[in-house]
Design a binder for this molecule. Structure first.
Ligand code: AP5
Length: 208
């Protein structure tokens, strides 16, 4: 299973990826998680990325692309991978195509988790994220159900940044829907339903 997850911020990409990883043991390659880990560790890349992330802008491609290539080559990704948050613009999609071709790999599908903007604003404002493992859950969950870590509100889940992220999604990321439709790889799931209903459809669409 080699999949790209598409969808607006807060559509539920990470939530569905967590379920696929749990059931099928594939690698979850989330560029947001990789960048947040770099920020937390205070690496050079993290320091450069932080300002863009806090403002809800995309981090420059050159900072993200090598992270993804490295993860695609890691051992756990050889059983399959779910790319969550990458590609985020047309240039990243082209880089991904050529990186996969070089590795002799193919994408099986690009899955769009489709949710309307008003639902997204309310989900993101109430989202809490685990400081340790990145697990996400609605507000009210104080301890991470998977690792016991402390749950916090991401800086970019504040209302003013959420709107900026939605704008960036519309202008830079949503054109990828047509890119993958043109390659006959696009699958669309209605993400505005309970998590398990969405997941059942995800599995059906991916023929799992
Ligand atoms: P990133 O971490 O990728 O954030 P995002 O795409 O904005 O996606 P989110 O993680 O916010 O949402 P999600 O769709 O995973 O939703 P979730 O499952 O958590 O990126 C952050 C930043 O990093 C970017 O702004 C950018 O600066 C930078 N970046 C990352 N990748 C980059 C790249 N490739 N290039 C350049 N810059 C990059 O769900 C949200 C909430 O809703 C949760 O609380 C969840 O519990 C709840 N929920 C989920 N599904 C349901 C459901 N069906 N019903 C009810 N609630 C639900």
């Amino acid at each position: 299973m080699n999949i790209v997850l598409l969808g607006a911020p807060g559509a539920g990409k990470g939530t569905q990826a967590q379920k696929l990883v749990q059931e099928y043991g594939v690698a979850h390659i989330s560029t947001g998680d990789l960048l947040r880990a770099a920020v937390k560790a205070g690496t050079k890349l993290g320091v450069k990325a932080k300002g863009y992330m806090d403002e809800g802008k995309l981090v420059p491609d050159e900072l993200v692309v090598d992270l993804v290539k490295e993860r695609l080559e890691a051992e756990d990704a050889q059983r399959g991978f779910i790319l969550d948050g990458f590609p985020r613009n047309s240039a990243q999609a082209v880089v991904l195509d050529s990186a996969l071709a070089e590795m002799g790999k193919n994408l099986d599908a690009a899955l769009l988790v489709d949710v309307k903007a008003d639902v997204i604003v309310s989900r993101l404002s109430s989202r809490r994220t685990c400081k340790e493992c990145g697990y996400t859950a609605p507000a009210g969950t104080d301890k991470c159900p998977t690792c016991g870590g402390e749950m916090y509100q991401r800086d970019d889940d504040k209302p003013e940044t959420i709107q900026k992220r939605l704008d960036v999604y519309e202008t830079q990321t949503s054109p990828l829907v047509e890119y993958y439709r043109g390659k006959d790889m696009l699958k669309v799931v209605d993400g505005d339903r309970p998590v398990d209903e969405v997941y059942a459809d995800v599995k059906e669409l991916l023929a799992l």
